[in-house]
Design a binder for this molecule. Sequence first.
Ligand code: NAD
Ligand code: WQD
Length: 330
Amino acid sequence: MKVLVTGGTGYIGSHTVVELLNLGHDVVIVDNLYNSQLDVLDKILKISNSKDLKFYEADCKDYEKLDEIFKLEKFDSIIHFAGYKAVGESVLKPLMYYDNNLNTTITLARLAEKYQIKNFIFSSSATVYGEQQSPLNENLELKTTSNPYGETKKMSERILSDFSKNNKDMHITLLRYFNPIGAHESGLIGEKPQGTPNNLMPYVTQVAKGIREKLFVFGNDYDTVDGTGVRDYIHVVDLAKGHIAALLNAHKGLNFYNLGSGIGTSVLELIQTFEKVNEIKVPFEIVDRRPGDLATVYADASKAKKELRWETKKTLEDMVKDSWFFEKNL
Ligand code: NAD
Ligand code: WQD
């Protein structure tokens, strides 16, 4: 199968490209390198022991440029990762987020229609559920999110849902990721945030490495096991494999799936597991809650298990081990 992977040099995209290459698929990456670097390509090739990986540096909002690529490459499938993802930044720069995250999706949908591409997989997020009782299942009505980033995911889902009504033969799959962490076990690819990390795991690894003095734990007065926030962490390699399962088992029309483990882990549990597995201390201080944070978010992961025949395999121990191995290698 020939697969276009937009955002393929990014964190989740690069791991997904490795899995696609491992299975012998032809992969073409389009990325504008806004949040990733070219050296990822060599690393992907090394891990997957392949020779063939095409890369175009292009903006996925650029219809004309992408049209040329589509004409030339004749894709069977699209996995659309390209987008901006920093929640806090989206509050400060909402127009930049709406422009990039919506116009990339619209451009790709237009081209998918023009070239009659069979599969379209979109990176959505658990954030689309807003504030609701976990476990979150796919039948829940979507609620308002607390930030423009979350709204771009909800709007993209709506756009693709309307689009699918006029493209009934297409397989459009919306994947709602929970909290991806971890890295490839080779330590060659992983998450490399620019500046101060917004997310928990990269902050933890930077504290362990001595780049930052301590972790700030945002609140210990939630109604959870130990008062700290509970999330559903998923190893990025399991997540990448979820995309393969979605490609191979996609149905006609619009389908959406949670990609999570179904297990809730608190911030303190994650820190303790990190310290134990990696035998390294992570100094932390409890501070005020972060505005917009929810107490508990985890998936009901049964729909993907039943329909995509996919479930997570890796443990929290694997996640903290691989995250640390990647950080040490940087
Ligand atoms: P990432 O920033 O590592 O990767 C995104 C890639 O897209 C980057 O390489 C960036 O350069 C590229 N890109 C951005 N705008 C582009 C444009 N206009 N044209 C071409 N390339 C562009 O992010 P990630 O963590 O790999 O996330 C991938 C997708 O998954 C995003 O859509 C994100 O919103 C979604 N998602 C991520 C998470 C998470 O926690 N990482 C959770 C849920 C959903
Ligand atoms: C996890 C837990 C924090 C940092 C975000 C987006 C979501 C999705 C994934 C894209 C929470 C706590 C964090 C820190 C802390 N992305 N924390 N100190 O907020 O669940 O989800 O990333 O779609 O849309 O909102 O992930 O890693 O930021 O936080 O105590 O320095 O860690 O309060 O309980 P979150 P996170």
